[in-house]
Design a protein around this ligand. Structure first.
Ligand code: SF4
Ligand code: SF4
Length: 372
């Protein structure tokens, strides 16, 4: 069997696919509808997926609503990213405790077992590839990240609907998943039929498809799926002109528009928390109240917090404008120098989850236009 053979199966068999992954020892993690949003959590099977839900997103706005199309994957990006499983928002690195008169130090293990990410979108695969570069390449590698990453099975889902805050086509990351998955699915509903197309990206994916013995997709099936992907690409809610953008932003340090953004920005850090590529973290020590033990905790940090740029007795980025400028110019400009690609994958989360609706595409265009 060729790794790129495309198969099809009726949507009623999605559970068989997920069960097959679980039977291979993987814990299923994926989208669920909870408290008005699609978030990532444990999945018992296909019945836990947010079937029949879709989202509406705009700057500062996210709403879920019922859809009569009853699809499994009609929604776009929710507030969670997969980074929470690879770089937890908070995790103890080691503990110190008194045992009698002796102080013991214990390193905490990373043992999350085998995990399967279900429903990873193309822009999220690009974000994972970026995190792999950040934590897995260069002189300083993160063993905890790499241990978790090594135990993943990834089921990607192509986006057949673009959200109003999506701009993956501008960042060349979607809507079609091109690499970085074990399996890739496309959900197709047309003329009363509801089925998935599936292809493997690895030998592990091949082995699973062999066992499930799905039929090969016909040329008509493949054309249908391609049309849906083309339509999603054409209907992106947003666009970012990336040509020359890193250079324009690099020269924008004193641009007055930073102050206009600062007048609205709350420095709440939401944009960095929801961003799938923001990786900054810090360590804090947390002693127990009885004085008998303490933990060193690694937790997410943000360039919007005052302490983030604390050096030699003071914060070097005291104003909100300087923090927003740091965030955006790092994402869209200096990230390219550092990691060879933009730090933005066009997922749109920071636009929807900014409480005052600051839109990275609009602000970047404004700064770019006024400079050119
Ligand atoms: S900067 Fe915004 S749009 Fe870009 S990857 Fe981060 S959250 Fe998504
Ligand atoms: S841009 Fe929006 S989400 Fe980000 S810190 Fe400012 S107010 Fe918060």
């Amino acid at each position: 069997m060729n790794a790129r053979t495309i198969f099809r199966f009726d949507a009623s068999r999605l559970g068989d696919l997920l069960d097959g992954i679980a039977e291979r020892g993987y814990r299923l993690l994926g989208p669920v509808a909870r408290e008005g949003a699609v978030v990532y959590d444990e999945l018992g099977g296909a019945d836990d997926l947010p079937r029949g839900w879709r989202d509406h997103q705009d700057p500062g706005r996210y709403r879920l609503e019922r859809s009569d199309r009853n699809l499994f994957f009609e929604f776009n990006m929710g507030p969670h990213g997969w980074k929470k499983y690879l770089l937890p928002a908070e995790e103890p690195l080691w503990r110190a405790l008194w045992r009698g008169e002796e102080m013991l130090f214990e390193e905490t293990n990373v043992d999350d077992g085998k995990r399967a990410f279900i429903g990873v979108r193309a822009c999220e695969l690009a974000a994972l590839a970026m995190l792999d570069r950040v934590f897995g390449e260069g002189d300083f590698r993160d063993d905890r990240y790499l241990a978790r990453r090594a135990n993943l099975f990834i089921v990607a889902v192509n986006c057949t609907r673009a959200g109003r805050t999506c701009f993956c086509t501008s960042m060349d990351t979607g809507p079609e998943a091109r690499s970085g998955f074990d399996l890739v699915l496309t959900e197709v509903a047309h003329g009363g039929a509801h089925f998935f197309q599936v292809a493997a990206g690895t030998t592990r994916g091949d082995a699973l498809l062999d066992a499930l013995a799905f039929e090969e997709a016909s040329p008509a099936d493949r054309n249908l799926a391609k049309r849906l992907l083309d339509e999603a690409a054409r209907s992106m809610g947003r666009h970012l002109n990336t040509g020359g953008l890193p250079e324009r932003l690099a020269g924008s340090g004193e641009h007055p528009h930073w102050q206009r953004i600062a007048a609205r920005c709350l420095a709440c850090a939401n944009c960095t928390m929801v961003c799938p590529t923001c990786f900054c973290n810090t360590v804090v020590d947390r002693p127990a109240l009885d004085g008998r033990s303490a933990e060193r905790i690694r937790c997410w940090d943000s360039c919007f917090s005052a302490d983030f740029s604390y050096l030699h007795g003071g914060s070097i980025r005291q104003s909100t404008g300087s923090r927003y400028r740091q965030w955006m110019t790092h994402k869209l400009s200096s990230w390219v120098d550092q990691f060879g690609a933009s730090g933005c994958v066009g997922c749109g989360r920071c636009i929807a989850w900014c409480p005052v609706g600051i839109d990275i595409t609009e602000e970047a265009e404004r700064i770019g236009e006024e400079l050119s």
